[in-house]
Design a protein around this ligand. Structure first.
Ligand code: NAI
Length: 327
């Protein structure tokens, strides 16, 4: 089988450093799939990416067929099968949301165009760089020839955080928990849903049986975990973000486990009242390399209000990038 072309943007950044070695050792696509890595960076960071590539060489990974480093998006995405869009413009002090969206538009628009121009017909795109959902929307808008379902954004880190916080509360193993869902935006408005999640087959919300804890402790702890990591580590989540990106693509390609699902931010088909086309997080199952939204879940009033609030934020972001002419 020909090696799979995997492009990583922001390859010299902290997530890039935590991600590349695991991709090359088979954690993205499985232990039988060879990969060609393409590292895209801005010109000032190409040298650092070259240093990382030297270390990748020094690991002599059996699955790593080649590494190319470039600052040219067209080259980076030519023939790409899996694109991990990690590099983004972070919000700096005093930056307004409009400036942030505009700066990211300057990154995700040309990357969308380059994917449109050169990607392989089976390309799958995961946007990690924040604001991830809206950046994915921008990239997708500039890749009209690529089916829009191929553009996804990452809420898997939130999903994994939701699993481990729940396991700690009820004293179970993370593997005892199934059917966790993150709804909405990868932001502080995200909603981890314990009403549809199960602990050893029982409703997680009834096992917890403490709505105040759910509302006042659990949801904010999961949603604000990124800020807590920054506070403790002095830098944002990197290894856990890289791990989540691997989980996201691995499950998309190889499938979710029977009787379980995962969370992915994907273009809405209108399910659960989320406006069509918004890139919002849903419960999904994956099989045969495709995902589908889990249908028919009961959404109670508590959940409805929170899903609606997060989706409203996504609508606002979409309207803002529309007003800026980015989509
Ligand atoms: P970082 O600042 O360490 O690295 C970012 C890298 O992107 C830098 O090396 C920079 O040179 C590069 N870059 C910037 N513009 C680029 C462009 N146009 N093309 C290619 N490369 C470009 O940041 P870190 O920690 O690696 O995080 C990356 C992104 O991931 C941030 O936006 C962060 O907010 C986001 N993130 C998302 C998470 C999620 O759950 N969705 C979780 C954690 C981080």
């Amino acid at each position: 089988m020909a090696p799979v072309n995997v492009t990583v943007t922001g390859a010299a950044g902290q997530i890039g450093y935590a991600l590349l070695f695991r991709i090359a050792s088979g954690h993205l696509l499985g232990p039988d799939t060879k990969v060609n890595l393409r590292l895209l960076e801005i010109p000032q960071a190409v040298k650092a990416a070259e240093g990382t590539a030297m270390e990748l060489d020094d690991c002599a990974f059996p699955l790593l067929s080649g590494i190319e480093i470039t600052d040219d998006a067209k080259k980076a995405f030519d023939g790409v099968n899996v694109a991990l869009l990690v590099g983004a413009r972070p919000r700096t002090k005093g930056m307004e949301r409009g400036d942030l969206l505009e700066a990211n538009g300057g990154i995700f628009k040309p990357q969308g165009e380059a994917i449109n121009a050169g990607a392989a017909s089976d390309v799958r795109v995961l946007v990690v760089g924040n604001p991830a959902n809206t950046n994915a929307l921008i990239a997708s808008a500039h890749a009209p020839d690529v089916p829009r379902e191929r553009f996804t954004a990452m809420t898997r880190l939130d999903h994994n955080r939701a699993l481990s916080q729940l396991a700690a509360k009820v004293g179970c193993a993370v593997t005892d928990i199934k059917k966790m869902t993150i709804w909405g935006n990868h932001s502080a408005t995200q909603y981890p849903d314990l009403f549809n999640a199960e602990v050893n087959g029982q409703s997680a919300a009834s096992v917890v049986n403490d709505e105040a804890w759910l509302a006042d402790t659990y949801i904010p702890t999961v949603a604000k975990r990124g800020a807590a990591i920054i506070e403790a580590r002095g830098a944002s989540s990197a290894a856990s973000a890289a791990n989540a990106a691997l989980n996201h693509v691995h499950d998309w390609v190889n499938g979710t486990a029977e009787g379980d699902w995962t969370s992915m931010a994907i273009p809405s088909d209108g399910s659960y009242g989320v406006p069509e086309g918004l890139i919002s997080s849903f419960p999904v199952t994956c099989s045969g390399g495709e995902y589908s939204i889990v249908q028919g879940l009961e959404i109670n009033e508590f959940s409805r209000a929170r899903i609606d609030a997060s989706v409203a934020e996504l609508v606002e972001e979409r309207d803002a990038v529309k007003a800026l002419g980015l989509i």
